[in-house]
Design a protein around this ligand. Structure first.
Ligand code: COI
Length: 384
């Protein structure tokens, strides 16, 4: 208990020392918000122990953790203050905008535990910016970058005991911005909620770290020009479930979608972006409104350039898959995942995978930075 108090005091001090006013506000909000919820001794943020979890068998499922973060505001207002509460179900009006008209965007970001026990966040500011862009497309107010990053930090710290040991995975943090107020006619909701929760995860696919087998769906598309495929709207995800379950029933890992107009160009996978490698050139579909601008995608492009590869963001005709040396997928949840095969028109195309692959080289650099094993010369990580 004394140790916990000392850690609490040092946390307060660290907010004060390093502090912009919004950090202080974040701290006061944190301190005041948790008080009604439970006793300080129960705060996992001040607890060095690990949660009782089977760390060797984490997949990508929901594990209820200790705390979640909520911040609300009215339409035409700005977000002000949020609060941490115990993780649990939320109450929504049956006519909430999100339930009736899908007015919501979400994000995914991860906290990693370093060898010294401290936590690292990876580029949460990029998620904040993407949420702001998505919110504008979906006619919602959005948190400032500082508010978003503060919410992610607080959620990670409050659930620290759920951050897996080094090498065993990460804490996936899911911020959702939704129209929570009631609305019946089609219009923007009168109230908005930013909700942030977290779950410990490791491999996204049931294949674990084994290479993926993708199937190209010729009928169903993920996004259309002028639609919302280029933002992380919740409405982009349920429509792919049919293609995804069809592919999974046939033994594939995921679906690769083509452009909706000509059905000729590669776009992305249900849950991640895609890259192809041919010699020294690494290509990925350009973000033209139907491609999600992934934070991992953006980071990989930069890392690949640093490693001497020529990186091209462009239209990729599906025929190029036939000659590619390697294909890999990127995403926050997925990480960097090698592709073993792609099946298109009943033809199965095989790719290079394994220890000597370009995918592995880039993956090791990215995960090294994310986990603090490689020096972060780009200021991508935030230690908390
Ligand atoms: C992520 O990668 O963070 C996502 O949100 C993708 C989702 C399908 C798990």
């Amino acid at each position: 208990m004394i140790q916990a108090r000392a850690r609490f005091a040092s946390l307060v001090q660290s907010f004060r020392v390093s502090s912009s006013s919004s950090k202080l506000a974040a701290y006061y909000c944190y301190a005041s918000s948790v008080q009604p919820v439970c006793k300080p001794s129960a705060y996992s943020a001040f607890d060095d122990d690990y949660a009782d979890e089977d760390w060797d068998n984490l997949g990508f499922g929901v594990t209820p953790t200790d705390y979640m973060y909520t911040m609300k505001c009215s339409k035409d207002e700005n977000f002000q203050q949020g609060l941490l509460t115990r993780y649990g179900n939320i109450e929504l009006s049956p006519s909430a905008g999100v339930l009736n008209y899908g007015q919501a965007v979400f994000e995914g970001t991860k906290a990693w535990r370093k060898e010294d026990g401290r936590l690292l966040l990876f580029r949460p500011d990029q998620n904040a910016i993407r949420m702001q862009i998505g919110a504008e497309r979906m006619c919602m107010p959005s948190p400032s970058i500082e508010q978003f990053v503060g919410a992610v930090k607080q959620t990670a710290l409050a659930n620290k005991r759920w951050v897996p040991p080094p090498g065993k995975g990460s804490l996936y943090i899911r911020p959702i911005l939704m129209g929570s107020g009631p609305i019946l006619g089609l219009a923007s909701a009168p109230e908005y909620t930013l909700l942030v929760y977290a779950s410990p995860v490791r491999n996204y696919f049931k294949e674990g770290s084994a290479p993926l087998n993708l199937h190209i769906d010729k009928d169903l598309v993920r996004a259309t020009p002028g639609g919302a495929g280029g933002v992380k709207s919740i409405t982009n995800y349920a429509p792919v479930l049919q293609a995804l379950s069809r592919a999974k029933n046939r033994g594939y890992s995921d679906v690769l979608y083509l452009d909706s107009v000509n059905k000729k160009n590669v776009e992305e996978v249900s849950s991640c972006n895609i890259f192809i490698v041919k010699g020294n050139v690494i290509s990925t579909p350009a973000t033209n409104g139907t491609i999600l601008p992934g934070v991992t995608r953006k980071s990989l492009i930069e890392i690949a350039g640093d490693h001497g590869y020529k990186v091209e963001e462009r239209i990729i005709p599906v025929d190029e898959l036939i000659d590619a040396d390697e294909v890999f997928c990127t995403g926050t949840a997925v990480g960097v995942a090698p592709v073993q095969t792609i099946t298109y028109n009943n033809r199965r195309i095989e790719y290079i995978t394994g220890a000597q692959s370009v995918c592995q080289e880039l993956y090791l650099t990215l995960v090294g930075i994310q986990t603090g094993l490689i020096e972060d010369t780009k200021s991508w990580t935030i230690e908390i």
